[in-house]
Ligand binder design. Structure first.
Ligand code: MN
Ligand code: MN
Length: 465
C-alpha cells in the first residue's frame, strides 16, 4: 500500500455499512466498520461506505446470538409452550439472537423424515430468524435407528436423547442411540437426570403430602444429575462419540464435564440464565409465585449459581442457551396441588444476551476485554461451531450478515411490559441490567431496531447442519 493519497479510486459501495462501532468477536475487540452485501458480510475495515449506513459509535458490534436449546409451540402433555415460531423468534431477535435450534419428535408410526418435514411446515410461515432442529431419539425410535443417517443428511446435525420423562432411554438404548449418532457424524445432546431416583423421591413426597414446589428441587438432587451426566459421558467415551450435556444446573455436573475435558474428551456443556441468576428459594414463595420457576433440572442453591459462573469463565462450560419453554401463570397454577404436575419451563429467549453480558462483562472479575470475548464466544461463536452453523457465529467476510448492535450504556429494568415473550410473566421482572441490544440484522436485513419490528413472518430459513 502506498502512503500517498489514493487518487479518485472508486470506493466500493455496499448495501449496508455499520460504521464506527467496536467489533467484538471471540478472538478480539477492535474498532472497524463492517459492510454487508446482500445476505453476507462483505468487508471489515476502515472508512467503508454503503447505500445505507448505521452509526454505531460507542456501541459494540457482535455476531448475532445463537440459542441452540429452545422449545417453541412445544406440545407437552395437555399443554403447548406459549411462544409460537413467530412470537418466539421475534422475541429472540429483539433480544439479539439471530438463530435458534428447536426440536423434532417423531410419533411411533412416523418416520424421522416425515416428522422433520411436519415440524418444518409448522415453522415455515412463522419463523423470523434462521433455525435448525434437533432430532429426538425416544424409546420408540430405537427401532428406527437406521433412519438416523437420513435425518442427518436432511440437516439434523444433532440428536436429542432424554434420560428423564416418558422419552427417557434405558442405558442400553442410550448406547444404541449414541452409537447411531456417532456413526452418522452427528452430535448427541442429552437431558441428564436420574429418572428412577426422581420418580421414587416424588412418590415418597406425594405419599407424605409434601406437594408444594418447595419439594421440587428436593426430588431432583444435584448429585444425581451429575451421576446421570457422568454415566452418559462414560458410555459416549467408551464408544468414542462426542457429547453435549444440556442445561447444567449445578457444580456437580459442571465438575463431571470439567473432568472429561481434562482427559481431552470431546464433552461439552451448557448452562442457562435461570441457573446463573435464580435460586431454589424462589420455590418457597406463596401460591403461584412458587410454581412459576418450576423447571427441570430445578433451580439450585446460590453456591451452585456461583460455581456455574466460574465454570463458564473457566471454559468448563462451553455455552449458554435458554431452554426457553414458557407457560402461563394459569397453566403453572394448575399444578399447585402437586408440584410434579406443574408444566416445567421458564422463558428467557429475549433476555439471554443481555443477562450473560451483565454477568460476564459488567460483573466480571477479570479484564473487560476478556469478558467481552467470552460473552460473544458462549452466546454465538461456540454454539455455531459445535452445532454446525457453518456460516454463522462469527464476523468475517463471507459469513451470514447476522449482526447485533449492542449499547453497553443502555440501562433497563427487565419487565414483562417491555418484553415480546407471550407467557405474561418473566422470572427476571425488576432485574436492572446495563447493556441492551438495539439493532438486530439477520442475513443483511434490519429486523429489529430500537424497539421497532421489521421482520416478516416466514423470512427465517431452516439451516441444514
Ligand atoms: Mn431438558
Ligand atoms: Mn429443553
Amino acid at each position: 500500500m502506498s502512503d500517498k493519497p489514493q487518487a479518485e479510486s472508486p470506493q466500493p459501495t455496499y448495501d449496508l455499512v455499520i460504521r464506527n462501532g467496536t467489533i467484538v468477536t471471540a478472538e478480539a475487540v477492535y474498532q472497524a466498520d463492517i459492510a454487508v452485501s446482500g445476505e453476507a458480510i462483505a468487508a471489515i475495515g476502515r472508512d467503508l461506505h454503503g447505500r445505507r449506513e448505521l452509526d454505531a459509535t460507542g456501541h459494540y458490534v457482535i455476531p448475532g446470538g445463537i440459542d441452540i436449546h429452545v422449545h417453541l409451540e412445544m406440545p407437552i402433555g395437555a399443554f403447548t409452550s406459549t411462544d409460537d415460531f413467530y412470537h418466539g423468534t421475534r422475541a429472540a431477535a429483539f433480544g439479539g439472537t439471530t438463530a435458534i435450534v428447536d426440536f423434532v419428535e417423531t410419533r411411533p408410526e412416523e418416520t424421522m423424515l416425515d416428522a422433520l418435514a411436519a415440524r418444518q411446515a409448522r415453522a415455515a410461515g412463522k419463523v423470523t430468524i434462521d433455525y435448525g432442529l434437533h432430532m429426538t431419539i425416544g424409546p420408540t425410535d430405537i427401532a428406527k435407528l437406521d433412519q438416523v443417517s437420513d435425518a442427518r443428511a436432511a440437516g439434523c446435525g444433532s440428536f436429542k436423547l432424554y434420560m428423564a420423562y416418558g422419552l427417557r432411554l434405558t442405558d442400553g438404548q442410550l448406547l444404541q442411540a449414541l452409537e447411531a449418532a456417532g456413526r452418522a457424524g452427528a452430535l448427541p445432546v442429552v437431558h441428564a437426570e436420574n429418572w428412577d431416583v426422581i420418580t421414587t423421591l416424588i412418590g415418597r413426597n406425594q405419599a407424605a403430602g409434601r406437594t408444594t414446589p418447595h419439594w421440587h428441587p428436593r426430588s431432583r438432587p444435584p448429585e444425581l444429575e451429575a451421576e446421570a451426566a457422568g454415566r452418559v459421558i462414560d458410555i459416549a467415551t467408551w464408544l468414542g462419540v462426542p457429547l453435549h450435556i444440556f442445561h447444567v444446573s449445578c457444580a456437580d455436573t459442571a465438575g463431571r464435564i470439567a473432568a472429561a475435558k481434562a482427559r481431552g474428551l470431546p464433552v461439552y456443556g451448557e448452562t442457562c440464565p435461570q441457573y446463573l441468576y435464580l435460586t431454589q428459594d424462589l420455590y418457597d414463595r406463596p401460591g403461584v409465585e412458587g410454581a412459576l420457576p418450576v423447571c427441570s433440572p430445578p433451580l439450585r442453591a446460590a453456591e451452585h449459581r456461583d460455581a456455574l459462573w466460574r465454570a463458564l469463565v473457566a471454559g468448563d462450560l462451553d455455552l449458554v442457551t435458554t431452554d426457553h419453554c414458557p407457560f402461563t401463570a394459569a397453566e403453572k397454577a394448575g399444578g399447585l396441588a402437586d408440584y410434579s404436575r406443574i408444566p416445567g419451563g421458564v422463558p428467557s429467549i429475549e433476555s439471554r444476551v443481555a443477562l450473560v453480558y451483565d454477568g460476564l462483562v459488567n460483573r466480571a472479575a477479570g479484564s473487560r476485554e476478556d469478558g467481552l470475548r467470552r460473552w460473544v464466544d458462549v452466546c454465538a461463536t461456540t454454539p455455531a461451531r459445535l452445532l454446525g452453523f457453518g456460516r454463522k457465529g462469527r464476523l468475517l467476510p463471507g459469513y451470514d450478515a447476522d449482526i447485533v448492535i449492542f449499547d453497553p450504556e443502555a440501562s433497563h429494568v427487565v419487565s414483562v411490559e417491555s418484553l415480546h415473550e407471550t407467557c405474561g410473566w418473566t422470572p427476571y421482572e425488576g432485574q436492572v441490567l446495563r447493556g441492551l441490544p438495539v439493532t438486530t440484522i439477520s442475513r443483511g436485513e434490519i429486523i429489529a431496531d430500537r424497539g421497532q419490528w421489521f421482520g416478516a413472518p416466514g423470512r427465517g430459513r431452516f439451516v441444514p447442519r
